[in-house]
Design a protein around this ligand. Structure first.
Ligand code: BYC
Length: 337
């Protein structure tokens, strides 16, 4: 699983002097901040890069429902259960918008799902970690959705119109998710027992580093960043948004009264940012190659759900065929009359 990089032909950035008139005109649209739309001409590699990123983003939203669904039946109050159910439903909606956005590039949903189910397409590394306690639900909302928002706010300005527009609504919903997660943790820290406070700290200890990994490898190890930034698919590099996330999250951590498992984390007056320790990239690459704690379980569950849903797809197709037949019979009758 995940042994290969998705081939998008972007090993090096093309020099403007080597572009034909069509590609130069495309780059000019990018330069002047015009959105690229489904009917616009675009280089094949731009299309493939977007299909790769948008479909992987969609898969992340869909697989991301699993670690949260794990706690749905064990939510401590009705209010928390409703919040969690609403959040999971939102993630599903995000996945569906994003599949639709990717379909405008000429791929099909069944192709994207096949790529996910056969391990060819990735999804966010973070969802290969387990949710072991109720506090993890708060930490997923606060840290995971928090990290996702930093990235997605930037993607609202991505150069491909359907992706940028999908991001606007998604960001609004992710902000709600982030706040519900933080409020959940704050309640446990301010009103909880010592055992509940320990549960919050334990959750942050386990999810802190995986959350930082969500932004992808360092810029010098990121094969796609340079070209994606030249095309304005990405507006900032992986390291810049990771830093932005750390800078905005640490003051919130202090309000919670918790710590992160990083002895090197400290405010740097000179740079105006937090310094932080080295991320374990060996762990990251193992997880994205399919060897994280929950990869096999997540994928098996997804494939099983897809197989269990076959009858729904068949029924929907049969219904659509029946309606189409009725319509065509009616139009034939009208013609005869
Ligand atoms: N996990 O060249 P790079 C959510 C891969 S879900 C797995 O830097 P790029 C939520 C990368 O794909 C939010 N793989 O890549 C849902 C590439 O491999 P391929 C999810 C990763 O694309 C439910 C290779 O490593 N958000 O909000 O320029 C509940 C080299 O990387 C990861 C998105 O998907 C990773 N963390 O930059 C709660 C945002 N990082 O594909 C919350 C959209 C890197 O060449 N995606 N890889 O084989 C992006 O913005 C970019 O794809 C990334 C990576 C910044 C993630």
């Amino acid at each position: 699983m995940y042994a290969q990089m998705v081939e998008t032909d972007v090993k090096q950035i093309k020099d403007r002097a080597d572009m034909d008139a069509q590609e130069a005109a495309f780059m000019q649209q990018i330069d002047i901040e015009n959105k690229i739309e489904p009917q616009s001409w675009m280089p094949d590699a731009y299309r493939k890069t977007l299909v790769r990123q948008i479909s992987q983003h969609a898969h992340s939203e869909i697989i991301g429902m699993q670690p949260e669904g794990n706690w749905l039946t064990r939510a401590p109050t009705l209010k928390r259960k409703l919040q969690l159910a609403a959040k999971i439903q939102d993630e599903c909606g995000h996945g569906l918008y994003l599949y639709s956005a990717a379909e405008t590039l000429g791929t099909s949903r069944s192709q994207m799902l096949d790529d996910l189910h056969t391990g060819k397409a990735k999804y966010s590394s973070i969802f290969n970690y387990p949710t072991l306690s109720w506090a993890d639900i708060g930490a997923v909302g606060w840290l995971v959705d928090g990290a996702a928002i930093v990235n997605q706010v930037m993607l609202q300005r991505t150069s491909y119109g359907p992706y940028a527009r999908a991001m606007v609504r998604i960001c609004k919903e992710e902000s709600f998710h982030q706040r519900q997660g933080y409020e959940l943790l704050l309640t446990m820290m301010k009103q909880g027992t010592q055992a509940q406070k320990d549960m919050v700290q334990d959750s942050i200890n386990r999810l802190w580093w995986p959350s930082l990994m969500m932004f992808g490898p360092t810029d010098d190890e990121s094969p796609n960043s340079a070209q994606s930034m030249a095309w304005k698919i990405k507006r900032k590099g992986n390291d810049e948004i990771r830093q932005q996330f750390i800078d905005q999250t640490i003051p919130q951590l202090e309000v919670l009264g918790c710590t992160v498992p990083d002895p090197d984390l400290k405010w740097n007056e000179a740079t105006g940012h937090y310094d932080y320790g080295t991320i374990d990239w060996t762990e990251f690459f193992a997880v994205i190659k399919g060897n994280g704690p929950c990869n096999k379980q997540r994928l098996a569950r997804k494939v099983q759900a897809h197989e269990n849903g076959a009858w729904v797809r068949e029924a929907a197709i049969a219904y659509a065929d029946k309606q189409a037949n009725i319509k065509s019979q009616q139009s034939n009758t009208n013609k005869v009359a």
